[in-house]
Structures are given as structure tokens and as C-alpha cells.
Design a protein around this ligand. Structure first.
Ligand code: CA
Length: 224
């Protein structure tokens, strides 16, 4: 998943970005409300972590504009502002969850998992192709009942392809889904990840097919 963090405290940003990257997510960070507003226009993020006290544009206004545009991206608000009225106000603006600073990283991680699970359950959470079975929010894969070990990047590739069943995913869409602004994924890096993934999928009845000039397709392998 690709996650946007909008937070102007560098220590908090570093801590939560590390934890999310460790969990296998691609993470983008902005430190002002106007940057967050601009970044969200692209609709490439699966989750927004939003601080309310942001310079340039308040976090509440970022959230208000996001929902005005009709976006349903899940939003976890993190804020120093306490109190029942504040909590109600933020939830009414369209936040999905709310965490008061300072918070324990373990609780933050649990809330992120819950939000991603909830948004995934609106789509397909489990995908089966051939003898391959994928649990998308849980980041797990099996061939028959044997766990298939995939790196975070390999899982990212297969997750992006599996979320578009029977549709071709373009190379640039894959790169968008896999990497954040500060982290380059070269064409070469993508080729290597796909090559390794294909080796691991060999014999599973699933295959990543190249559609020349267009992109990739995750499909049942016919010739195994
Ligand atoms: Ca702040």
C-alpha cells in the first residue's frame, strides 16, 4: 500500500514512516497542509495519516477539501488537540480514526492495520489464481497450503497486479504503486522484482504475463 504522512514534526514523521516502511508500505511525507492538499489531488494513496496542526493549511481544511472532492481514502488523524468536542468535530469532518499525541507506536500500527483491513474488505481481500492464494491486507501468500516467502517489493508487485484482476497494469502504474517520491524504483529494479517473482511463482499455476508495450497481467498459467 502507498501511504501519505502529513506531519510537520520531523521526529514523529521519522518514527511513523520507519514503522510503515518496515511493514512493507511505500511512504510519502509532506510537512504542510498545502503540500498535503496538492499530493492528495493525485489519488494515488491508500491511506492518509494527517496531523491537524499543520502550517500553510490546517489539517481540518485538508480533510474537508478531500471529502468535498468525493475521495473515500481512509484518514487517520493524529493530533495534540484533546477533548470530546474536538474528537467529534474531526470524525464529523470525515476522519476514519483519531489518535492523540503522544501515542504508542504499537497502537498506531494496530490502527493502521485496522483501517487498511476495513478499506480492503470493500474490495477483494483474498485472491486465488491457480494454486496461489493471496491475503492482500495481511501481506501473505500460499501455494496450496505452503506459505510462499515474498519480499515486501515482490508482494507489492503481486498486490498491485491482483487488485486489478484480468486487467493489464501499466509499468508506470506499478512504479507509482511501489515507490514513494524519495525512493527511486528504476525500470531495472522493477524488472528484477518481476523476474524474481516469476521464479517463485513457477509451478504455482499463476504467472505474471508481459503484454508487450502495455504492461503486466497476473493470470492462470496454462503451460505448466
Ligand atoms: Ca503539527
Amino acid at each position: 500500500m502507498r501511504i501519505l504522512i502529513a506531519e510537520d514534526d520531523p521526529a514523529i514523521t521519522a518514527a511513523i514512516a520507519d514503522s510503515l516502511r518496515h511493514g512493507g508500505h511505500a511512504v510519502d511525507c509532506v510537512a504542510s497542509g498545502s503540500q498535503a492538499d496538492a499530493a492528495l489531488q493525485g489519488s494515488i494513496h491508500d491511506l492518509l495519516i494527517l496531523d491537524l496542526g499543520l502550517p500553510a493549511l490546517d489539517g481540518s481544511e485538508v480533510l474537508h477539501r478531500l471529502r468535498e472532492r468525493g475521495s473515500s481514502v481512509p484518514v487517520l488523524v493524529i493530533t495534540a488537540r484533546e477533548g470530546l468536542n474536538e474528537r467529534i468535530r474531526v470524525l464529523d469532518l470525515g476522519a476514519d480514526d483519531y489518535l492523540v499525541k503522544p501515542f504508542a507506536l504499537a497502537e498506531f500500527e494496530a490502527r493502521v492495520r485496522a483501517l487498511l483491513r476495513r478499506s480492503a474488505s470493500r474490495g477483494n481481500t483474498e485472491v486465488c489464481i491457480g494454486r496461489l492464494r493471496l491475503d492482500l491486507p495481511g501481506h501473505r501468500a500460499w501455494v496450496d497450503d505452503a506459505p510462499l516467502e515474498l519480499t515486501a517489493r515482490e508482494f507489492g508487485v503481486i498486490e498491485a497486479l491482483a487488485s486489478r484482476p484480468n486487467r493489464i497494469t501499466h509499468r508506470t502504474q506499478l512504479i507509482d504503486a511501489l515507490c514513494s517520491w524519495d525512493q527511486d524504483l528504476t525500470q531495472n529494479g522493477l524488472d528484477i522484482a518481476i523476474h524474481r517473482l516469476r521464479r517463485k511463482l513457477h509451478g504455482s499455476g499463476a504467472n505474471v504475463r508481459t503484454v508487450r508495450g502495455l504492461g503486466y497481467l497476473l493470470e492462470e498459467a496454462l503451460d505448466e
